[in-house]
Design a protein around this ligand. Structure first.
Ligand SMILES: CCCCC/C=C\C/C=C\C/C=C/C(=O)SCCNC(=O)CCNC(=O)[C@H](O)C(C)(C)COP(=O)(O)OP(=O)(O)OC[C@H]1O[C@@H](n2cnc3c(N)ncnc32)[C@H](O)[C@@H]1OP(=O)(O)O
Length: 244
């Protein structure tokens, strides 16, 4: 099991992304490890998505390093040879949703206050093509398009209805259910499951691998724009105001 632990809200900072990638690599290289459940040790939050402070007021070099780390974590989770189950035990916007979408199966706590989705448009930013491709592969083109254009965050019941999560279970049963799902998936021979997963996911993975440097350049150019920086600052202010 891998538990995201970066209070208060599990923002995906460069440091957390780097630790996450190292832990995944260790598991991937351990032949005895055939599956991983990804969850959070922060109450009510799976992950608040990418750490917005990493994308605000920093240098081009920093944005480059940060985006490479974001790409890396997606490539590792999405193309993992292990069975990956997301036990979504709290809200999961944007980058947090991407982590869950990249797993093989998603189980969410059935709490209507928890929400999940790719809400980038609400921040005035655009989900990159590989976020979009991952989303389309889970929910289909029409639902993904509407949800992305509106930057929707869906309540747990809504997310289940849309197919964004596979199952809802009472909060106290979440880990038990995740373990049962893992056992079901691990009952199959690894090679057949792994080859099938590669067949389904390879075109999307290959697309980023082929355009990785271009994607970093696009991100750095986009995020460095003063209008985008202003949107992000306003969003952070809104988060702080909402609190007080
Ligand atoms: C055309 C070319 C395109 C190329 C591509 C270009 C661009 C794409 C770039 C990026 C994609 C972006 C992906 C992302 O993931 S962006 C992040 C999106 N995340 C969110 O919108 C979530 C925001 N947070 C919340 O809604 C809430 O915090 C919460 C998660 C629901 C939790 O609520 P709660 O009430 O429990 O906590 P607080 O709101 O009080 O938050 C506590 C504390 O944390 C700070 N914080 C929250 N989220 C983040 C974050 N994502 N990054 C950094 N900091 C965050 C919040 O401000 C509070 O701070 P404080 O100092 O006030 O304690």
């Amino acid at each position: 099991m891998m538990k995201l632990k970066s209070p208060p809200v599990n923002s995906l900072s460069l440091e957390l992304l780097t630790e996450f990638a190292i832990s995944l690599e260790k598991l991937e290289n351990n032949r005895a490890c055939r599956g991983v459940i990804i969850t959070s040790s922060v109450p009510k939050i799976f992950s608040s998505g990418l750490d917005i402070t990493e994308m605000c007021g920093k240098s081009m070099e920093h944005y480059t390093e940060f985006w490479r780390a974001v790409q890396e974590i997606w490539l590792r989770v999405y193309s993992s040879s292990m069975v990956t189950v997301a036990a979504v035990n709290g809200s999961s916007p944007a980058g947090g949703c991407l982590i869950a979408l990249s797993c093989d199966y998603r189980i969410m706590a059935e709490n209507p206050k928890f929400s999940i989705g790719l809400n980038e448009a609400q921040l005035g930013i655009v989900a990159p093509f590989w976020f979009k491709d991952t989303f389309v592969n889970v929910v289909g083109h029409r639902i993904a398009e509407r949800s992305l254009q509106l930057g929707s965050l869906h309540s747990a019941p809504e997310a289940h209805k849309l197919g964004l999560v596979d199952e809802l279970v009472p909060e106290e049963k979440l880990m038990e259910k995740a373990a049962a799902v893992m056992a079901q998936w691990l009952a199959l021979p690894d090679h057949a499951r792994q080859l099938t997963k590669t067949m389904m996911r390879k075109p999307v993975v290959d697309r980023l691998v082929a355009h990785r440097e271009e994607d970093i350049k696009n991100f750095v150019t986009f995020i460095s724009k003063e209008s985008i920086q202003k949107s992000l600052r306003m969003y952070m202010e809104m988060l702080k105001k909402r609190k007080s």
